[in-house]
Design a protein around this ligand. Structure first.
Ligand code: UDX
Length: 430
């Protein structure tokens, strides 16, 4: 099928490459000229495992994926996915400006189209948005009626950064929220070569599945962090507890890794948006509010541990290893490491940081008030304590930290070995 994707950010480009690898013809539409050129040169505009190889296969003259600035190219396709960002520039809250703007432009282009066309919201939008905002805007700008002039739907993504392509191609489920059967048929045709079950439902149900899934994952993490905080007081290893719980298939072991909490572009923002939706309807959400509160406090517990070890932080030199919100990505959005560093600097510490992927961005954020290391050894040399904030594999060799005071926010090290090798070692909740 000929498919257009509006927005070539994380979700848009992964979707485009994934669908291209299933034999569809893809055109990526973006307002950023640099990004468009970079895709056409088969150079990934951001780092993601496998993306570079996939672009080399599918982009370029002979390939079935190309990028353009021109929305009119929608006319040559049968379906359009809206994949524009719904994050504010800080990544901290939702911002539907881009969804509105791109929807308007898609509608204006569709005014000239004779054939049936389906518009699919893939950006994460709060339940109700496609029916209350996207479809009315499309109707207004295209001067056609949904279900008659065009089809509509929602197809949420469940991509995890650092393994997004694998997630896309091996989805657990494909969720299709359809305006009507005809729209849903086009969407399920797009996914006909995928092995995953295809679930078809009402549009707002599909939107809710995305938000409820992310809220549930966030709940698991805050739950285990809260349990971990108690375990630490009681001398119990929360990782052994999680392993023991995880054998129960009703619980499962995943997303029970205790630490400094969840970051990234999705879990914090989606939870915030959902809480806002509860509030706007006069509903309270004490459980999900608690999930958020635990996550806000968790990174600061690590700062408290540093203070407990070193006393006043003024003039102390702290080595921070790991900045990205999780390994395998260069993404700093809502990264607990950023919150922690901000606190440390506020309290007068000198911070030297190293991350295998994000050095340039971190100097921008801290505007010169932080030093950047070149590698682990050079970063930790002469420091009063080492803080492990992202679980990159290259940080896992315990011998790197011989004689050091180490505080681990992500269970990077095995505690028994670390206690043997380091001067002192403790985890945020173990
Ligand atoms: C998440 C969802 O997993 C994905 O389905 C959705 O489409 C987008 O949001 P992502 O943001 O890539 O994906 O990150 P994820 O792997 O879920 O991790 C989120 C955060 O939770 C990270 O900061 C991670 O370190 C933290 N986390 C995860 C924990 O603290 N403990 C865990 O057990 C798992």
């Amino acid at each position: 099928m000929d498919i257009s994707i509006v927005g070539s950010g994380y979700v848009g480009l992964i979707t485009a490459v994934g669908l291209a690898s299933k034999g569809h013809n893809l055109v990526c539409i973006d307002v950023d000229k640099e990004r468009v050129n970079s895709i056409n040169r088969a150079e990934p505009p951001f780092f993601e495992e496998g993306l570079s190889e996939a672009l080399r296969t599918h982009a370029g003259e002979e390939g079935n994926l190309r990028a353009t600035l021109d929305y009119e190219e929608i006319l040559g396709t049968q379906a359009t996915f809206i994949c524009v960002t719904t994050c504010s520039s800080s990544g901290k809250s939702a911002d539907f400006r881009h969804v509105k703007q791109s929807t308007r432009t898609i509608g204006e282009v569709l005014r000239a189209k004779k054939d049936y066309h389906v518009v699919v919201t893939k950006s994460s939008v709060v339940p109700g948005t496609t029916e209350e905002l996207v479809i009315p805007l499309l109707e207004e700008t295209s001067q056609k009626s949904a279900g008659d002039g065009f089809g509509a739907g929602v197809n949420p993504e469940f991509l995890q950064e650092s393994e997004a392509l694998r997630c896309f191609l091996n989805s657990d489920r494909i969720v299709i929220g359809q305006f009507d059967r005809k729209s849903g048929d086009v969407m399920s045709d797009i996914y006909q070569d995928f092995a995953a079950p295809c679930l078809r439902m009402a549009i707002r149900t599909a939107e809710m599945i995305k938000f409820a899934s992310n809220a549930f994952l966030a709940t698991k993490i805050s739950f285990i962090n809260e349990v971990g905080n108690l375990c630490k007081q009681l001398g119990i290893d929360v990782y052994e507890v999680a392993d023991g719980m995880g054998y129960d298939p009703r619980i499962g072991r995943s997303f029970l890794n205790a630490g400094i909490g969840f970051g990234g572009s999705c879990l914090p923002k989606d939870l915030e948006v959902l809480l806002h939706r509860f509030a706007s309807l006069g509903e309270s959400a004490p459980l999900l509010q608690g999930v958020m509160d635990v996550n806000t406090a968790q990174p600061l517990r690590l700062v408290e541990l540093v203070r407990a070890r070193l006393g006043d932080l003024k003039g102390k030199t702290l080595a921070v290893l790991g900045l990205a919100f999780k390994p395998g990505t260069d993404d700093l959005r809502n990264a607990p490491a950023v919150k922690i560093i901000r606190q440390l600097i506020q309290q007068g510490a000198r911070v030297k940081a190293y991350d295998p992927r994000v050095m340039a961005k971190i100097s921008e954020i801290f505007n010169g008030s932080l030093q950047c290391g070149q590698n682990v050894a050079e970063t930790i040399a002469g420091s009063d304590a080492v803080l492990l904030l992202t679980e990159w594999d290259e940080f896992r060799d315990v011998t790197l930290y011989a004689g050091k005071t180490v505080i681990d926010g992500r269970r990077v090290l095995d505690p028994t070995e670390a206690l043997r090798v380091c001067h002192s070692y403790e985890g945020v909740c173990w």
